[in-house]
Design a protein around this ligand. Structure first.
Ligand code: ZN
Length: 73
């Protein structure tokens, strides 16, 4: 819970700073709770600068690929 950092599992770059609510895995990043955003949007694909696809833009939130990210609290 609290502020977490979502990093790219491939290159380690910071992708989001995010206000996480509740426990458990982070499946979705709600855009309204993203504090810092370093991601690249290409259509509905969300990528790291290195090209690693980290999720899919679903409008109000980003659905994350669990294998593509590392989370640090
Ligand atoms: Zn990366």
């Amino acid at each position: 819970m609290g502020i977490i950092t979502v990093r790219c599992a491939k290159c380690g770059r910071k992708i989001f700073k995010y206000q996480k609510m509740g426990k458990g895995k982070l499946w979705r990043c709600w855009k309204s709770r993203i504090i810092e955003d370093y991601s690249i949007h290409d259509g509905d694909e969300v990528r790291c600068e290195c090209g690693n696809v980290i999720g899919v833009d679903k409008g109000g939130y980003i659905r994350l690929r669990q294998s593509a990210i590392i989370i640090r609290s």
